[in-house]
Design a protein around this ligand. Structure first.
Ligand code: SAM
Length: 256
């Protein structure tokens, strides 16, 4: 666990000096998500494979969102990580994704109907879904696009039952992975704060899972490449194949 190692000491020192906003800004400068995603797909793929490998968070979202027997829209399905948990339970599951290369690599989409489209411009009829779901999409979007995607979700949702609304999966503010990135926020919401404060989401539950790599060398290579040299150095000093990961499940009820 990082909680007792040099990473925790570094993290405590940094978080006592810098606000969460400053630490998030610093992480955004150091981390190379978009570059890795474009230029080193094999690294990104290894990260995806390591992230919550047993699908605990996706299965829990499917359970508490009550998707069984419902019409579900998924925005930004990527290669199908959340789709694989939700589609088998839903009556219909329509997944939209704008990136062709994601769709080409998608696996086990099961009963889902997949459309190449953007969340802010859904080629779908109004009031035709009971739930909207997304994993690791909203926080990557500019605030104006984020609002447009949420407005489209509202348009296609109908007042089917009291639980109609939008469910989202993002990283929580706690856990060793956020500590490693220098953005842990035990008192607050960490990176999901804009979703809570600006978009009307509530954190319903935090699921404790892990990033599980093949071995410590793969963890160092993948996380060092994505998160930057400081993280690579920490993982060189403290080799580990598994890193605790806390995932937040958030809900925003459909608005009348
Ligand atoms: C980090 S990936 C997450 C993929 C998948 N949901 C998962 O959890 O593995 C973000 C996804 O959002 C998609 N995306 C980006 N902008 C989007 C938009 N405006 N509308 C819908 N999807 C978008 C990307 O193409 C990418 O597949």
């Amino acid at each position: 666990m990082f909680a007792h190692g040099p990473c925790a000491a570094w993290s405590r020192r940094i978080s006592s000096v810098h606000s969460i906003e400053e630490r998030l800004a610093s992480a955004r400068k150091q981390e190379r998500w978009a570059t890795v995603y474009r230029e080193s797909p094999e690294i990104f793929r290894a990260f995806e494979n390591a992230e919550d490998p047993d699908g605990v968070a996706a299965l829990r979202l499917a359970e508490i969102a009550g998707v069984r027997g419902k019409r579900v829209l998924e925005v930004g399905c990527g290669t199908g990580w959340l789709t694989r948990a939700v589609a088998p339970l839903a009556t219909t599951h329509v997944a939209v994704e704008p990136e062709l290369r994601m769709l080409e690599r998608a696996e086990f989409l099961g009963a889902a109907e997949v459309l190449r489209a953007r969340g802010e411009s859904l080629p779908l009829k109004a009031s035709s879904f009971d739930r909207a779901v997304m994993s690791f999409v909203l926080l990557d979007l500019r605030p104006s696009v984020r609002s447009a995607v949420l407005a489209e979700c509202e348009r296609v949702l109908c007042a089917s039952d009291d639980h109609a609304g939008t469910w989202v999966i993002e990283n929580a503010g706690s856990g060793a992975f956020q500590e490693l990135r220098g953005i842990e926020d035990l008192e607050g919401h960490g990176e999901v704060r804009p979703l809570v404060e600006d978009c009307g989401f509530e954190v319903v539950e935090t699921v404790e899972t892990e990033l599980r790599f093949n071995d410590a060398a793969q963890a160092e290579l993948v996380l060092g490449t994505i998160l930057g040299e400081r993280v690579r150095a920490v993982l060189k000093r403290q080799p580990r194949a598994s890193i605790p990961l806390h995932i937040a499940l958030l809900f925003r009820p459909r608005r009348d």
